[in-house]
Design a protein around this ligand. Structure first.
Ligand code: C2E
Ligand code: CA
Ligand code: CA
Length: 399
């Protein structure tokens, strides 16, 4: 089996030479070029397993090179190298991924042999790097057909996990969010990110939502008619096409003797609404009937400012990607603070999700954030465990 090959592009010949030597000592067949024209010429002559690209070059920068590589549908795995700060490196990596390139990772200059080896492995390995394979296997592993989902619905294989939401100031439990899981007969528990998009695409999301609503309202009515004020339910923006839904949900609430005011509908991907005009009418009807409405994952591309102003929300949920970074990123802290202030200035309750440690909870409280949710408080759990959790906390607080 031939050794794997690597092509290095760096305008600094000395730096390029150093990387070449390191790669050769790892067992690669390595060569370098210092100019973009040489680089593309070489790629036409030979296919390489790995390409390393310097981000900052005088003629054509690394980001532009990667765009051109994407246009050529390059199959080589790419390593981005640079002396720039990590934020720029990360942005370059994201940009390359969004262009559909296969990125092994970024590496800061000056490059050490060990950091190179961690990214590219050994040149003599004929296998691909394990995590690259895992990533590509993911799709096949979870290939779900409409029939699979229909069967799962018929067999009632969808179950719910509940994650508590507390008040930052007092620590009191204010509610639970219902999160769906698929209890698959062969694969075990399958997470929603895997099957919700499929359900949305094959037109089964409404049937799934109906089952979830019914199951969770039944659970909520049994255990928490008075003591826990809120049940949060996720609703796909693609489901907002049936004006009748407001009446159906009201009827379900009265069947279980739950006041609509206790139910919070969390809406993500507001940009994916099929019919924005109908959605606005439907959401307004839901609010008129007393339901609460929350804009989920706020701050990500999916929940936009335009929708925040246009739709009748009562709550804003700060996306967990910011909250989880609160301890190590001042940028994340600025975003969190701005969202809390924005929410309050619009008269909304603010919930932060993804609270993973005490320091973050304390920080959120100091900013005046109303509610918090996250692994630090509790992981999502079965309905039974959630009931015990409430009991224990009550005892803990009164003891
Ligand atoms: P989401 O609505 O943003 O739900 C929060 C996700 O964050 C949940 O993942 C939860 O388990 C996870 N999480 C909570 N606290 C923490 C934390 O401290 N750290 C970290 N790293 N993660 C935390 P899950 O259960 O995998 O759900 C993923 C997404 O699937 C949900 O994101 C929601 O968009 C969707 N989803 C879940 N249940 C339903 C449903 O019944 N209907 C619809 N349409 N979508 C659902
Ligand atoms: Ca949610
Ligand atoms: Ca969320």
């Amino acid at each position: 089996m031939a050794n794997r090959s690597i092509l290095i592009l760096d305008d600094d010949a000395a730096a390029a030479q150093t990387i070449q030597w390191m790669a050769e000592s790892l067992g690669f067949e390595a060569e370098f070029v210092t100019r973009p024209d040489e680089f593309f010429l070489r790629l036409e002559q030979k296919s390489f397993d790995i390409i390393t690209i310097d981000l900052v070059m005088p003629k054509l920068d690394g980001v532009e090179i990667m765009r051109l590589l994407a246009e050529r549908e390059t199959r080589a795995k790419i390593v981005i190298s640079s002396g720039m700060d990590s934020k720029v490196l990360e942005a370059a990596q994201r940009s390359a991924l969004e262009h559909g390139l296969s990125i092994l990772g970024v590496i800061s200059k000056p490059i050490s042999k060990e950091s190179l080896r961690l990214l590219v492995g050994d040149g003599s390995e004929c296998d691909q790097l394990p995590w690259v394979e895992k990533q590509s296997a993911y799709g096949e592993l979870f290939e779900i057909t409409p029939l699979d989902l229909q069967n799962a619905l018929d067999r009632h294989e969808f179950i719910l996990a509940y994650q508590p939401k507390i008040e930052c100031k007092s620590g009191l439990t204010v509610g639970f969010e219902a999160l769906v899981r698929w209890k698959h007969p062969d694969r075990g528990i399958v997470m929603p990110d895997v099957f919700i998009p499929v359900a949305e695409n094959v037109g089964l999301i409404d049937a799934l939502t109906e089952q979830i609503f019914e199951q969770s309202l039944e659970w909520f009515s049994q255990f928490f008619p008075q003591s826990i004020p809120q049940l949060s339910l996720n609703i796909s923006a693609k489901s907002l096409v049936d004006i009748q839904m407001a009446d159906d949900l009201s009827a379900l609430c009265s069947r279980y003797r739950i006041a609509p005011e206790c139910v919070v509908l969390e809406l993500t991907e507001t940009s994916a609404m099929v019919d924005p005009i109908l959605s606005l009418a439907l959401l307004t009807r839901l609010r008129l009937k007393g339901f609460q409405l929350s804009i989920d994952d706020f701050g990500t591309g999916f929940s936009s400012m335009v929708q925040l102003v246009r739709l009748p929300f009562s709550e804003i949920k700060v996306d967990k990607s910011f909250v989880m970074q609160a301890q190590n990123s001042s940028e994340a802290r600025s975003v969190i603070k701005s969202i809390i202030d924005l929410g309050h200035s619009l008269g909304l309750l603010v919930t932060a999700e993804g609270v993973e440690n005490f320091k973050t909870l304390d920080y959120l409280n100091s900013l005046g954030c109303d509610l918090a949710q996250g692994y630090f408080i509790a992981r999502p759990m079965t309905g039974e465990a959630a009931r015990n959790w409430v009991k224990q906390r009550k005892q803990g607080i009164s003891a």
